[in-house]
Design a protein. Structure first.
Length: 319
């Protein structure tokens, strides 16, 4: 299977499992593309509901999640910019890192003094320089990376830097601010233990370069970091935030489909999980689904690997 040209991967992808280096299998390419496609195709009044049936779904959610991240990074424009920062109400909490020394800070936005709206005063609340007020101008703002979510732990920072390395090695023109901007590109609803164990020892890289841990490439740290690009949730977890794509991994996760109020939905099922109830649900869905817009058929691979079945519906967004 070949990636569509619009995915813009300039170098082939390989996996490193222990000491064994292998080209990316066709089934992995298919799920990487599927996540990329679901994240890229955001419709104004409708959304996608995609169901894929496969022999085994081990790592399918991981590759789909990575595809969502790559598409989100490619579509990223500016993120949290000066105008957003300037419009924060007093009392807002912000987090930032100084680019030239990687020092991290947290602070509270204050009222402008003397009506000077060209500067944004922030009182630092971290141990370093605690109690000091810094006034940010547009030029000072661009010397830092800002976020409205807490910056990651040292381990989370390493993971995000590894993710950016992979993007660069694939030839993608990902803007650095994407990785530090609040907001996930997708979430995976799954058995977390199974999901994490499948990634153990697995690395991913671009041909001619060193590999990075697959889990780092997903920007989904397990140590409680809030600033993540892929949220991994257990089945039954409440959906507190909107994301562009929700990946429901397995029959148990499928039962939560009606709780998802926004964003595209990708459902992954093993063949043994494809029950008569699910089949009837899809038959009913076909009766009220919308006609697909022309862009839905763009950027399709020329073929899919054997054993993979794919059905996609365009359905109205929830009111």
């Amino acid at each position: 299977m070949d990636f569509p040209e619009s995915m813009a991967f300039r170098h082939p992808i390989y996996l490193l499992d222990g000491d064994e280096k292998v080209p990316l299998p066709d089934w992995a390419k298919a799920y990487l593309w599927l996540g990329w496609w679901c994240r890229k195709l955001q419709l104004e009044h409708d959304r996608l509901l995609v169901v894929s049936v496969l022999p085994t779904r081990e790592l399918a959610a991981a590759f789909s999640g990575l595809g969502c991240l790559l598409a989100g990074a490619q579509q990223f424009c500016e993120g949290f910019n000066w105008q957003d920062f300037r419009n924060l109400p007093p009392g807002s909490e912000v987090f930032w890192k100084v680019l030239n020394n990687n020092t991290k800070y947290r602070g509270i936005v204050l009222e402008p003094t003397d009506g000077d709206t060209d500067l944004v005063p922030v009182k630092i609340t971290t141990r370093i320089n605690k109690g000091t007020t810094w006034s940010f101008s547009p030029s000072k703002f661009v010397e830092c990376l800002f976020s409205q979510e807490n910056l990651p732990t040292p381990r989370g920072t390493v993971a995000m830097e590894n993710a950016m390395l992979l993007h660069q090695r694939l030839g993608l023109e990902t803007k650095p601010r994407w990785i530090w901007t609040a907001g996930a590109e997708a979430r995976v609803v799954t058995n977390q233990t199974r999901f994490r164990e499948a990634l153990t020892g697995l690395q991913i890289g671009a041909q001619g370069t060193a590999a990075v841990p697959f889990e780092d490439a997903l920007c989904a740290p397990r140590d409680g970091d809030r600033l993540t690009k892929l949220r991994v949730l257990s089945v039954g977890h409440a959906f507190l935030n909107d994301v562009p794509v929700t990946i429901l991994d397995g029959e148990a996760a499928f039962d939560q489909r009606d709780q998802i109020e926004s964003g595209n939905i990708l459902i992954l099922l093993e063949r043994t999980e494809y029950t008569a109830e699910i089949h009837n649900y899809l038959l009913d869905l076909r009766n009220w689904a919308e006609a697909p817009p022309p862009e839905i058929l763009q950027d399709m691979p020329s073929r899919f690997p054997p054993g993979m079945e794919l059905t996609a519906f365009v359905v109205p967004k929830s009111p």
